[in-house]
Ligand binder design. Structure first.
Ligand SMILES: NC(=O)c1ccc[n+]([C@@H]2O[C@H](COP(=O)([O-])OP(=O)(O)OC[C@H]3O[C@@H](n4cnc5c(N)ncnc54)[C@H](OP(=O)(O)O)[C@@H]3O)[C@@H](O)[C@H]2O)c1
Length: 340
């Protein structure tokens, strides 16, 4: 016996990846429903070798369904996730709506799977921001060994992190640069993204940081340890898929770069590619479609007592969203619901 699973936002970047990954990992599915907005009724989406017809979220009855993987924005989540949860269907949510709610666990299974027991307070589990998910997979095993005091991170985030419209804008604008008659001004992003970088993701906060940067701070504390200090600069770059991060870490105890490399080689969800030669590191185009978080450029930071630098790359639609959500569904299945 398997699960009755709903994918909400099935026509989007993350929803489509959720369907792919559920099929790839042979998640025990008895029945699956693909939902999106009314305008997408009947749109076909792939689930393994099957084709599903998209149904209207607004008209859907969640009663009798085991879990719903939500990949819609916060507004739609606010309207529909409580209805699903109240109908007894466990919500695994990708939006930022519930991430900081003390009654909702925020889970990266390689890091804090045990926290899943807290799901029962609201019948909701939150998935972190894409930039946080890949970073905490790398930080946790290092924290366990040498206690992280402070992290300074700069991100290089792909346009797919901004949904379908983000991908379209980079594609159309790149073409229009070579054909100026067909001008494509910035719409989804605040400035031209083609052949440019933009140090602004999500809204500005009062202290001058952005909400995306604040999310990395708050989520790292909730997932790993509230004592870890994080400061972030989040930047949108003209890459379609794959987020990169330059991470500087200060530890309580000394951690040698070779030992850090060995720890990361053993860490779940991490792949170390770190050769000090041309091409001996991973870039975003190479991580697309992969499950791993890739770590390269591990080196001592000699400007502080116990410091390391590293480069962290992962597929933001996978570990940053859909894969992590499916891993949460697997954890929920094996530890809590125990069907299949
Ligand atoms: N992309 C990432 O790297 C990433 C990472 C972590 C978390 N997330 C989060 O995941 C969620 C989805 O992101 P995405 O990148 O997949 O966005 P997307 O490509 O723009 O897709 C949005 C999906 O939501 C559906 N939708 C929007 N409003 C709806 C409504 N009122 N009722 C029903 N369906 C509605 C859309 O359906 P239609 O096609 O019918 O409009 C579409 O299926 C967002 O909350 C995002 O913040 C994304």
């Amino acid at each position: 016996m398997g699960y009755r699973v709903v994918v909400v936002g099935a026509t989007g970047n993350v929803g489509r990846e959720m369907l792919n990954i559920l099929a790839e990992r042979q998640f025990p599915v008895d029945e699956i429903a693909a939902l999106a907005s009314r305008k997408s009724i009947g749109t076909e989406v792939s689930f393994g070798d099957k084709t599903l017809k998209t149904q209207d979220l607004d008209a859907f009855d969640f009663a009798g369904w085991d879990m719903a993987l939500f990949a819609v924005g916060s507004d739609a989540t606010k309207n529909y996730a409580p209805k699903a949860a109240a109908a007894g269907c466990v919500v695994i949510d990708n939006s930022s709506l519930y991430r900081y709610d003390p009654d909702v666990p925020l889970i990266v299974p390689e890091v804090n799977a045990d926290a899943i027991v807290g799901y029962s307070k609201k019948n909701i589990i939150a998935n972190p921001n894409c930039s946080t998910a890949q970073m905490v997979v790398a930080l946790k095993p290092l924290h366990d060994r040498a206690r992280i005091k402070r992290v300074v991170v700069s991100t290089y985030q792909s346009v797919s992190g901004a949904g379908k419209e983000g991908i379209d804008e980079l594609w159309d604008q790149t073409k229009s640069v070579y054909n100026p008659v067909d001008d494509k001004p910035a719409k989804k992003f605040t400035k031209q993204i083609a052949f440019n970088v933009i140090p602004h993701i999500d809204v500005f906060m009062e202290d001058g940081s952005t909400k995306e940067e604040w999310k990395m701070v708050a989520e790292t504390k909730k997932i790993i340890d509230p004592s870890i200090k994080v400061t972030a600069t989040c930047v949108r770059v003209p890459v379609f898929v794959g987020h990169s991060e330059a991470v500087n870490i200060e530890f309580e105890d000394h951690l040698d770069e070779d030992e850090a490399r060995d720890i990361l080689r053993e860490a779940p969800g991490v792949m170390v590619i770190d050769k000090r030669e041309d091409g001996g590191y991973v870039t975003p185009v190479e991580c697309v479609g992969d499950y791993a978080t890739f770590i390269s450029r591990i080196r001592q930071d000699s400007t502080i007592d116990n410091g390391l630098n590293l480069w962290c790359v992962s597929d933001n639609l996978r570990k940053g969203a859909a894969l992590n959500a499916v891993q949460i569904a697997e954890t929920l299945g094996t530890r809590v619901l125990k069907k299949g």
